[in-house]
Design a protein around this ligand. Structure first.
Ligand code: PMP
Length: 301
């Protein structure tokens, strides 16, 4: 699926891609004791520049995830940042890429391990999905979102993604592109790897932080962009029936970017003006085609 680059980074060293491995007896393999980030770098051919989008914000969230997981040492933002920049240059990426730093437990310990802490980074080519243009179909999953008092979804931990995976596979089996996951009280949480917005009467509405979502950087970006576009927004609980009766619906995330939803459980939606406005401003901002949000971009070259 992905073209494999020549190099990865493992514990600070740049190594051949195939050598960035962990042992099968590590707690990471058995218990999912790792945390990660998914970050995009956007190639602007006019500027001959690769812009990494909101790198510091992602790496701060990675520090927060490590703290919450009680790792014996936290791999700090500036260390990973330097490694990411070095790795991209070494792979000589001149294309839009996905950057994935992970911090995890190595060694042979049990479920209570807090070390040794290892980390790795991969960078791979990743253009936008065609769903960004044509829109996607979604199914309300019968799997519910893991609640905060079972496992906090604020942590971007490997193990959390098994909940998402059940929902994603159910959706795919039933012929949908992706899923929308509800909380135990029936309110809307998010997609398997993306947050959700609805638009009703020109107001943007997204589930609040208490809806068992990842505190998504793209979600915050959409809220910030909506201020420039003078579109009012609300962060609050969303009911399932509000999804079906919305004027427009879209997903957002570093991977999903701004992806319109064209149907939920067979209820159809147009790709509307508000979604298009946000999409245009988003892509201009990430590709460095406006100066408004220059502070969100880290230049590699
Ligand atoms: N929710 C989940 C469960 C995710 O995995 C992601 C992707 N990181 C998102 C939301 C979107 O987060 P972000 O905008 O920070 O990429």
């Amino acid at each position: 699926m992905h073209s494999i680059p020549e190099y990865s980074c493992k514990n600070g060293d740049i190594v051949p891609f195939a050598d960035a491995t962990v042992h099968i007896l590590s707690p990471t393999v058995h218990y999912g004791t790792g945390v990660f980030e998914g970050i995009r770098g956007y190639w602007n051919d006019d500027d001959k520049q690769l812009y990494i989008f909101r790198l510091d914000d992602h790496l701060e969230r990675l520090e927060q995830s490590q703290r919450l997981m009680r790792f014996e040492r936290v791999i700090k933002k500036n260390i990973i940042k330097k490694n990411i920049l070095d790795l991209i240059k070494k792979n000589d990426h001149r294309e839009t890429i996905h950057i994935r730093p992970s911090v995890y437990l190595e060694g042979h310990g049990g479920i209570g391990s807090i070390g040794p802490v290892g980390y790795g980074i991969t960078t791979i080519s990743r253009p936008s999905s065609d769903l960004v243009t044509k829109g996607c179909t979604a199914q309300i999953s019968s799997w519910l979102r893991t609640p905060e008092n079972v496992m906090p979804m604020r942590v971007k931990a490997f193990a959390n993604y098994n909940n998402s995976r059940y929902a994603q596979l159910q959706a795919n089996t039933d012929g949908y592109d992706t899923a929308i996951i509800l909380n135990a009280d029936g309110t809307v949480s998010e997609g398997p790897g993306q947050c959700i917005f609805i638009i009703k009467d020109n107001v943007l509405i997204t589930p609040d932080i208490g809806s068992n979502i990842l505190e998504s950087i793209t979600r915050q970006t959409v809220l910030d962009l909506s201020l420039s576009l003078a579109i009012p927004y609300k962060e609050r609980k969303i009911l399932r029936s509000e999804l079906y009766t919305a004027d427009e619906v879209f997903f957002c995330g570093s991977g999903w970017e701004i992806t319109p939803i064209i149907s939920i459980d067979g209820y159809q939606f147009e790709i509307g003006d508000v979604t298009k406005k946000i999409q245009n401003l988003y892509f201009d901002s990430v590709y460095g085609k406006n100066d408004l949000y220059e502070y969100w971009r880290t230049s590699v070259y």
